[in-house]
Design a protein around this ligand. Structure first.
Ligand code: CA
Length: 215
């Protein structure tokens, strides 16, 4: 997942963005004014910067002018078209105006990362590496062979991480909606995933519901 810098002087908004982006697996650093934003952006390589426009010291526009080769989504109260044009001309990847729907921001982040390829087609946690393109899973660098449905199930769990998924929903997503089998199929496959990958703690049983991949 991506390494993201949040430059936003309103702490509540900054925290809200961080909370939601970390929920979907990104790693976030926070800074709260323009000077910190610029120095942090120059110091470290981020996959994406969420950049407020109106900031103490330097504006988001001034910061972007100094940074090269980084994806930026501007977040600002200013909804004027002029600003939007200015932001995009400076090379911002996207633009979102306050007040914004946090899920919309999460979606835009996803879209920008997909475009910029920073959101690579693999997912790493603990000692596990999942490669979605070639459907391979490695534990400590050693490939663990998974059956096609086991891989599909793992992919669905990871893509919906931290969400409780009912057995019925998992059946629909993994085995397609017209599958006639029963939900014990899900339990059997979950068991196999836990054993093969040694990730019992990551795949939590949700009482009376189903399962949740926790990260
Ligand atoms: Ca601001």
């Amino acid at each position: 997942m991506a390494k993201i810098l949040i430059v936003e002087d309103e702490r509540a908004i900054n925290d809200l963005i961080k909370f939601n982006l970390e929920l979907v697996g990104h790693t976030c650093s926070q800074v709260f004014d323009g000077a910190e934003g610029l120095s942090e952006g120059l110091k470290q390589k981020y996959d994406l910067i969420i950049l407020d426009v109106m900031l103490p010291q330097y504006s988001g526009f001034e910061i972007l002018e100094q940074l090269e080769g980084v994806s930026v989504i501007f977040v600002t109260a200013k909804s004027a078209l002029q600003d939007k044009i200015k932001g995009l001309r400076l090379g911002a990847d996207d633009y979102i105006t306050k007040p914004f729907d946090i899920l919309e921001l999460v979606e835009r982040v996803k879209a920008v990362l997909r475009r910029t390829k920073a959101d690579t087609n693999h997912f790493v946690f603990d000692d596990i590496r999942i490669e979605f393109d070639n459907r391979r899973v490695y534990k400590n660098g050693v490939e663990i062979p998974l059956k096609p449905r086991e891989f599909d199930l793992l992919e669905v769990l990871v893509n919906n991480r931290n969400l409780a998924l009912s057995r019925e929903k998992l059946l629909r997503l993994v085995w397609e909606f017209d599958y006639e089998g029963d939900t014990r199929t899900v339990d059997v496959h979950i068991q196999r995933l836990r054993q093969k990958l040694g990730i019992s703690e990551r795949i939590q049983t949700v009482y009376k519901t189903g399962y949740r991949f926790e990260i």
